[in-house]
Design a protein around this ligand. Structure first.
Ligand SMILES: O=C([C@H](O)CO)[C@H](O)[C@H](O)COP(=O)(O)O
Length: 210
């Protein structure tokens, strides 16, 4: 099981400073969608240059032009790129084909997919690397969480690895780990803490313990 730190509400220098605090406790650093919107793919390039030993995920949430957008993220140095499960199969197939060519990985974000079980099975047959359940900020604010959805995809997905994101905190991490995802994605649960290194270290301990 791996731990991914999601950076969302920071600029490039703030993001690099933050990762320096927790670098040894994480496997993957995510350049979140808000950063890509603010700073472009330069943020991915800057993070990869600053931390060549970490994997960098570009949270592009690709909805169309799958092959082209994967190619651009790969050029910037991304190791993993997100595509939305809500899009059509052609976009996902194009993304997967380009990612394989570039030796990169595709994480499909199932945010707001209504027929989760059925769509997870379909997406799983398209050769993607990860299928991720995700409760976004707006539904987190309404009290929702991704924990039940994680059980659903764990039962449905046979080929891809599974991932979970959305409001995970140190207190809720043991519940998440019980469902045995391959990847746990944490943003505010680390970035919003006063002692980020302490929380990240404890999260790493729990995740590695499985
Ligand atoms: O993907 C995310 C969100 O949609 C903003 O782009 C976050 O990175 C993801 O939800 C993880 O962050 P937390 O919910 O703060 O753990």
């Amino acid at each position: 099981m791996k731990l991914q730190l999601a950076l969302d509400l920071v600029n490039i220098p703030e993001g690099i400073a933050l990762v320096k605090e927790v670098e040894q406790y994480i496997d993957i650093v995510e350049i979140g969608t808000p950063i890509v919107i603010n700073e472009g793919l330069h943020a991915v390039k800057a993070m990869k240059e600053a931390f060549p030993n970490l994997q960098v995920l570009a949270d592009l949430k690709i909805m169309d032009a799958g092959g082209y957008e994967i190619m651009k993220a790969a050029e910037a140095g991304a190791d993993l790129i997100t595509v939305l499960g809500a899009t059509n199969d052609s976009t996902i197939k194009g993304a997967v084909a380009e990612a394989k060519k570039q030796n990169k990985q595709v994480l499909v974000d199932m945010i707001n997919v209504p027929n989760l079980e059925q769509r997870a099975r379909e997406v799983d047959s398209l050769g993607v690397d990860y299928i991720c359940v995700h409760t976004g900020y707006d539904l987190q604010a309404e009290g929702q969480s991704p924990f039940e959805d994680l059980q659903t995809i764990k039962a449905a997905v046979k080929n891809a690895k599974t991932a979970v994101a959305g409001g995970i905190k140190l207190e809720t991490l043991p519940e998440v780990i019980k469902a045995q995802p391959d990847l746990v994605i944490v943003g505010g649960g680390i970035t919003g803490q006063a002692d980020k290194a302490k929380v990240a270290a404890e999260m790493q301990r729990l995740v590695q313990q499985g």
